[in-house]
Design a binder for this molecule. Structure first.
Ligand code: NAP
Length: 319
């Protein structure tokens, strides 16, 4: 079968389509004929050796897909650690979900990582239930126009959250505002810490969805109000998060990690999340935002779009 191979951990240019043997399903796994792959920032990080636990190359790229389960003929969307960008993938049965009625392969491939991550961000921030005070929860979402970001905006709107979001581009912010983002912040033109402070009358937000790392972790912490939480789920800058623990004392704030790979193994967490997400899908309230679709042959271009931060919403590969 054809597969997108990571031939060395030296970035997107080391990706190549090669013929490899078809996978065999191990115990607990199912075989899926793949139609589309969802590209994640983690795939770009993996390609350059920046993702923890990456096996030594050569290995098949890709962690998210949609296609047809060979044993049942059912259309499924799924999440795997590796090997999704190929004509077939062997994947754990508890990590595939039935494709919602009316969804295309591209939409299905754009769903699992972004929507579970965004939902679990709200869950970790204590926002999947209304605020006890009766007031709206407030969240600051970094990379609000990206894959996880656009999912977080759709879910935040359904949860009734007051959302602040950052992006490098006014054009991208205009598109996310149409999805329900109330406060867009172009961080190339404005200091997001200042904007959040001003718009919240000095109070700050209840949570920050933080995936940049470096100085942004400390800066995001300063955007919090009392008892607020930074949900740290990535380091797109490639820099280790900077943090002054003492700055947390003043407002009883916390920083909490979120890693879907870990949480996805916990049925008691994924089950209720899927129940809530699938109910919203059935009501037509969640629609994956696909910014770009590439054939597998142009995967290098697709990876570079993420590398350069030029994508809006999800980048999908047609396989
Ligand atoms: N922990 C988990 O389980 C988990 C799960 C999914 C994703 N993530 C993390 O969440 C983040 C978003 O993932 P995604 O797949 O949805 O990607 P994405 O947000 O669609 O793309 C990345 C976006 O980040 C912004 N960005 C800011 N600084 C950047 C930089 N130095 N380099 C590149 N982009 C930069 C860019 O948007 P602007 O130009 O608009 O700022 C870019 O479009 C990534 O850090 C990823 O690793 C973590």
């Amino acid at each position: 079968m054809k597969a997108l191979m990571i031939t060395s951990l030296s970035g997107p240019d080391a990706l190549a389509i090669q013929n490899v043997p078809e996978p065999a399903a191990k115990a607990g796994q199912t075989l899926v004929r793949v139609a589309a792959g969802g590209l994640n920032f983690a795939d770009f990080m993996t390609s350059k050796g920046g993702y923890p636990g990456t096996p030594a190359p050569p290995l098949i790229a890709g962690r998210e897909f949609a296609g047809v389960e060979e044993s049942s003929g059912r259309r499924v969307m799924g999440y795997a650690q590796w090997a999704a960008f190929a004509e077939k993938v062997a994947t754990y049965s508890n990590m595939v979900w039935t494709v919602p009625d009316g969804w295309t392969d591209e939409q299905a491939a754009a769903f699992p990582v972004n929507y579970f991550t965004a939902y679990l961000g709200y869950w970790q921030a204590g926002m999947t239930q209304p605020a006890a005070t009766g007031k709206k929860h407030r969240v600051l979402i970094h990379a609000v126009a990206g894959g996880v970001g656009t999912a977080a905006v759709q879910i935040g709107q359904l949860l009734g959250v007051d959302m602040y979001g950052t992006s490098s581009s006014d054009e991208k912010l205009a598109r996310v505002k149409a999805l329900g983002l109330q406060h867009g912040i172009n961080y190339k033109q404005h200091d997001y810490e200042e904007v959040v402070k001003n718009l919240t009358h000095g109070e700050g937000v209840d949570a920050v969805f933080e995936m940049l790392g470096g100085e942004h972790t400390a800066k995001s912490l300063r955007c919090l109000r009392d008892f607020g939480r930074v949900i740290q789920y990535g380091t797109a800058t490639g820099k280790a998060p900077q943090l002054d623990i003492r700055a947390m004392y003043a407002k009883s704030a916390s920083v909490q990690g979120l890693w879907l790979t870990y949480l996805s193994q916990k049925a008691e967490i994924m089950g209720p999340a899927w129940e809530r997400l699938s109910a919203w899908i059935a009501q037509g309230k969640l629609v994956p935002q696909i910014g770009h679709v590439f054939p597998l042959e142009r995967a290098v271009e697709a990876y570079k779009l993420l590398q350069d931060g030029k994508n809006y919403g999800k980048v999908v590969l047609r396989i």
